[in-house]
Ligand binder design. Structure first.
Ligand code: HEM
Length: 495
């Protein structure tokens, strides 16, 4: 009896599956799978504030919308489920990047990982990155991350007004040491760092839609005047900067005067990866662009969230007091039990996105989703902001609520994800290093300080810079040590 019921169940399921398949096949073959809905006409420019525009269209058109930008079709996914179904499950069909002539081909000589299209070169670059940044490798940076996080605490204690700059200093120092084994103190005013930051500014400028005519008229690439000449010059300057940093490390290697780092690893494995000197220089050089700016922004948002949500800060501090106590500072070994710290950071990733509309992927196959088709060749964005504010998954999405990341036993939920690090095959390779940076700084900062909003200067938590990676606009906070012996404990602490 039970067996026959089970068999009938299977038959019904198979029949339903077959019907669905036939329906899809019929829709596709009859050309009836629709293009996703979207604003009419040709949107040659989506306006200066892409985040706002994408959010408005998400409200109007729902989980998926599309529009034409010149000859290019752009498709945007706006809900959590759409992101899982398309960006994650079709990761291999979306591993490519759209062509960017100004930023990718000319300025970066087609060597900046972020913009390299799918293919052999990308595989080699990502393999090299992965070997040094994957979860197990990321653990080796614990001492350097914690040492710099303590400097962050020291800087906050001495000069709370410049808290955003201290976040930048932390992020720059960690990346410079991890990449080139640079151990001399790093600040944003260092000439070397200033040069790298200038290159990063040039890069984001070149990425801006409509900034360079050559993106609309690629043949201009071969006529080196005006914008193209400027981009070529910037490429030469950038390459020579990245090469000088890389070869300085090689010189130190020859003198046995360097610690192992990403650059030394690259030289030792250059033959295996079959990468040229210029490719190595870019691979190492663009770590700063990808890893420093983003991490610094994350630290700023954490301070913003703490100052504007005192109740949530207190909850984290209560756990810190219980697990760590007041006589020593937290460390990475405490991480598994400091679930409130992890939940706070996860909620920061959801609440205010560091890369709010994500980075462009390119479809290399037709991708069906529900009754729609994402045509091969489309540029596809998973809109991080709306995905992480999807009310079907995150109740009251505007509310900063770290508890949503915890299960009933207070453990971190494993059925929920944030997409601040992107998707599928192009997911951020630095995510483990970044997560550990945000964890240790949050643990140390919240252990050390009460962070408060200054009632005379209320914080606008929606006030951010524009761009692919955004930063909080400057805001004031009051920072007060929780322990009168903070300085002594800091000095006595050894890694
Ligand atoms: C909180 C900090 C960070 C955030 C929010 C972040 C976010 C992202 C995002 C959204 C992408 C693009 C993913 C996509 O296309 O779907 C990306 C790519 C990348 N990130 Fe990160 N990132 C962070 C930190 C780092 C760090 C610390 C490093 C290096 C140490 C790093 C290295 C890279 C690289 C090399 C890429 C290009 C990968 C590719 O295009 O294949 N990132 N990151």
């Amino acid at each position: 009896m039970f067996e026959s019921q089970q068999t009938t169940g299977y038959v019904v399921l198979c029949a339903l599956g077959l019907l669905l398949f036939i329906h899809r096949y019929w829709l596709r073959s009859s050309g009836n799978l629709n293009l996703p809905p979207g604003p009419p006409g040709n949107r040659l420019s989506v306006g200066p504030n892409i985040v706002r525009q994408f959010n408005e269209w998400a409200n109007e058109y729902g989980p998926i919308f599309s529009f034409k930008n010149g000859r290019q079709r752009i498709v945007v996914l706006t809900t959590y489920q759409a992101a899982v179904d398309v960006m994650q499950k079709h990761g291999s069909d979306l591993a490519d990047r759209p062509r960017t002539v100004a930023a990718g081909e000319i300025l970066s000589g087609d060597m900046r990982t972020l913009l390299v299209g799918a293919g052999e070169r990308l595989k080699k670059l990502r393999r090299a990155l992965h070997s040094q940044l994957q979860a197990s490798a990321a653990r080796q940076y614990a001492p350097l991350q914690r040492r710099n996080a303590k400097d962050y605490v020291r800087n906050m204690l001495a000069d709370p007004e410049h808290h955003l700059d201290h976040g930048r200093t932390y992020a720059a120092s960690v990346i410079m040491e991890l990449t080139y084994s640079k151990t001399t103190p790093t600040t944003y005013s260092d000439p070397e760092v200033k040069e790298v930051v200038k290159c990063l500014g040039n890069f984001f400028e070149a990425l801006r839609i409509g900034r360079y005519l050559v993106d609309a008229l690629p043949f201009l690439k071969y006529i080196p005047f005006g914008g193209v000449a400027e981009l070529k010059k910037r490429h030469e300057d950038e390459l020579s900067l990245f090469e000088s940093q890389l070869f300085a490390t090689k010189d130190r290697m020859a003198k046995n005067a360097t610690q192992p780092c990403f650059a030394t690893y690259l030289f030792e494995h250059q033959k295996e990866y079959e990468l040229s000197d210029a490719e190595l220089a870019y691979l190492a050089g663009s770590m700063f662009g990808a890893g420093s700016d983003t991490t610094a922004s994350g630290l700023g948002i954490i301070t913003m969230a703490a100052a504007t949500h005192p109740h949530e800060l207190k909850k984290v501090q209560a756990q810190l007091d219980e697990v760590v106590g007041r006589d020593r500072m937290p460390n990475f070994d405490d991480e598994p039990v400091l679930t409130q710290v992890t939940a706070f950071v996860l909620e920061v990733h959801r609440w205010r996105l560091i890369a709010p509309f994500g980075f462009a992927h390119k479809a290399t196959k037709d991708i069906p989703w529900r009754d729609y088709i994402i045509p091969s060749g489309s540029i596809v964005y998973g809109n991080h902001w709306t995905i992480m504010h999807d009310p079907d998954v995150f109740a009251e999405p505007e509310t900063f609520n770290p508890d949503r990341w915890l299960d009933e036993k207070g453990r971190i939920r494993d059925d929920l994800k944030h997409f601040d690090f992107g998707f599928g095959r192009r997911v951020c390779p630095g995510q483990y290093v970044a997560e550990r940076s945000l964890f240790i700084n949050t643990a140390l900062m919240f252990w050390a300080f009460n962070i408060r909003e200054d009632p005379a200067a209320p914080i606008d938590t929606m006030s951010f810079t524009d761009g692919s990676v955004v930063h909080p606009q400057p805001f004031r906070v009051s920072i007060e040590a929780r322990n009168p012996n903070l300085r002594e404990i800091l000095e006595a602490d050894v890694d």
